[in-house]
Design a protein around this ligand. Structure first.
Ligand SMILES: Nc1ncnc2c1ncn2[C@@H]1O[C@H](COP(=O)(O)OP(=O)(O)OP(=O)(O)O)[C@@H](O)[C@H]1O
Ligand SMILES: [Mg+2]
Length: 488
């Protein structure tokens, strides 16, 4: 019975939509009366309310965000219950996205209310405007019916539930991207080109394959989970929903690998910001505004990116040296025009600090900032203080626990007699996970597990000899406790 009412209601609603197309056949005054009376009739008999969500909206016929969210929301139940599908290849994706086919109907239950969704389409009237001609022959829309006693529930809760869930499905279906900034001379906002270019993000690193002490790893995972579930908490404490991580340690200890693992864990995009290609603080802000939520913004090797370290000191010293500098400048010939711009336009420490936690940093929400460095001691304390870089993570040399992860990944071995010897050597020798991984890597078919473990023992022994030789000669190998090895 209920279904019959819903059917009657939705049929009359469809008639309303089709009415404009009947204008060719009905005189204008009749069209008006017909529509008016049928609406009255519908309201009198039909206890059901109806929503229509068209695919394209606005003068420019943009695809409606609400339509996309509903489509994604219904795609989950559609793959299980529908008999008639539409399948499309998602943008930048190699997956088929399923949606309801024409005239397909689905029911949905929400907090005790039953709702009916259907997918419809109607032919497109040819445009009279010579400027706007569309290629489409039909226009799709979703139709929702429910009993009027659920009006408040649907308007207050159900529709936001559909939007939220639909957006979440869209995020998980999307092909994640790795962005990099384009030189500003190639930016073209007139044609709505972004200052970022991108490729699909396909790095396979995960926290399972990341070699580091387990306690440290689970601490980072817990921190990430708390961040991505913390929308309400951040709002409550009045803090922008973002978190900064500083990853520091010698080359080859897995800083970049960790960033990829973080992105895969959280299902985020990555914006890899090449700071040396950014000419000014204004450009930096523009780049930031063009990033989206659910992303990690990375600045690798922050100590090498720009001369950010001395900026504040320079400012302080400046007043004392002002006169002297001014005199020197006056004595020198003027810089050529291009060079003058370069001198003026560069990213400064205060520009970068603004980028991290100024007013603009709150736009978009749900963003993680990661800085990496081999030389943490060179960074200005203002740049990495808690609140800007909230969590400092040292990426250490390879310990036995980390080795076990690498042995499992690279050689498929979890326990072996040689492990004892390796454990002792790792306690005496500083070696990066990258070097251990290289020794364990299978380079030819005939190299078995034992050969690869023995190869690692050889590498560790020769590293130990090197260190001992260095100590005997009284020369420092540059690898004292806590010291960071120079990247040659
Ligand atoms: N902790 C680790 N866990 C798993 N693999 C690692 C780890 N550290 C290094 N590797 C391996 O070594 C290679 C180099 O690591 P990665 O590029 O992450 O080092 P990095 O710390 O970013 O070095 P750099 O400071 O030179 O940028 C990676 O491709 C990865 O295979
Ligand atoms: Mg790196």
């Amino acid at each position: 019975m209920v279904e019959n009412w819903a059917w009657l209601g939705s049929s009359l609603a469809s008639l309303m939509i089709l009415l404009p197309m009947l204008k060719m056949y009905f005189p204008h005054h009749l069209q008006f009366y017909f529509a008016w009376y049928s609406r009255k009739l519908l309201a009198f008999f039909d206890p059901y309310l109806h929503f229509t969500i068209p695919e394209f909206v606005g003068e420019r016929m943009k695809r409606s965000e609400a339509f996309c969210a509903v489509e994604a929301y219904l795609s989950a139940s559609c793959s299980q219950r529908a008999r008639n599908f539409r399948a499309e290849i998602g943008k930048d994706s190699d997956r088929l996205l399923l949606s309801m086919g024409d005239n397909e109907e689905l029911t949905d239950d929400f907090q005790g209310a039953r709702l009916w969704w259907s997918s419809r389409s109607h032919p497109v009237e040819p445009s009279r405007s010579p400027w706007y001609q569309t290629q489409q022959v039909e226009r799709r829309y979703y139709h929702l019916s429910f009993h009027k006693r659920h009006r408040e529930l649907v308007i207050d809760s159900y529709l936001s539930h559909v939007l939220r869930e639909g957006r979440a499905v869209t995020v998980s279906n999307r092909q994640r991207k790795l962005f990099t900034n384009i030189e500003s001379s190639h930016w073209d906002f007139g044609f709505k080109r972004s200052p970022w270019s991108h490729v699909p993000f396909e790095h396979p690193s995960t926290f399972d394959t990341l070699a580091m002490p387990p306690a440290k790893k689970s601490d980072i995972i817990d921190d990430l989970i708390a961040f991505c579930n913390g929308k309400d908490y951040y709002a409550k404490i009045g803090k922008a929903w973002k978190r900064g991580y500083l990853l520091y340690g010698p080359p080859g200890t897995g800083k970049s690998t960790m960033i990829a693992a973080m992105a895969n864990f959280l299902d985020y995009d990555i914006y890899d910001l090449e700071l040396t290609a950014v000419k000014s603080n204004t450009e930096l802000r523009k780049l930031f505004i063009e990033t989206t939520g659910k992303s990690i913004i990375v600045i690798e090797d922050i100590d090498c990116s720009l001369d950010l370290t001395g900026d504040r000191k320079v400012k302080k010293k400046k007043s004392a040296d002002d006169k002297e500098t001014e005199d020197k400048k006056n004595a020198q010939p003027p810089l050529p025009p291009g060079m003058e711009d370069r001198e003026k336009n560069k990213v400064t420490l205060s520009g970068l600090l603004n980028f991290i936690d100024g007013l603009w940093s709150a736009c978009g929400g749900e963003r993680i900032l990661v800085f990496t460095t081999n030389h943490v001691e060179k960074l200005d304390p203002a740049l990495i203080r808690r609140g800007r870089m909230d969590k400092h993570i040292e990426m250490p040399y390879c310990c036995f626990e980390a080795f076990k992860v690498l042995a499992k990944n690279y050689a498929d071995v979890e326990e072996h007699d040689i492990f004892g010897q390796i454990k002792e050597l790792l306690e005496e020798v500083k070696i990066t996970p990258a070097d251990v991984a290289e020794s364990l890597m299978q380079k030819s078919e005939d190299k078995g597990v034992v050969e690869r473990l023995e190869n690692l023992v050889r590498v560790l022994k020769s590293a130990k000899e090197e260190t001992e030789k260095g100590v005997a000669n009284g020369s420092c190998s540059g690898e004292e406790e806590g010291e960071i090895v120079e990247d040659n």
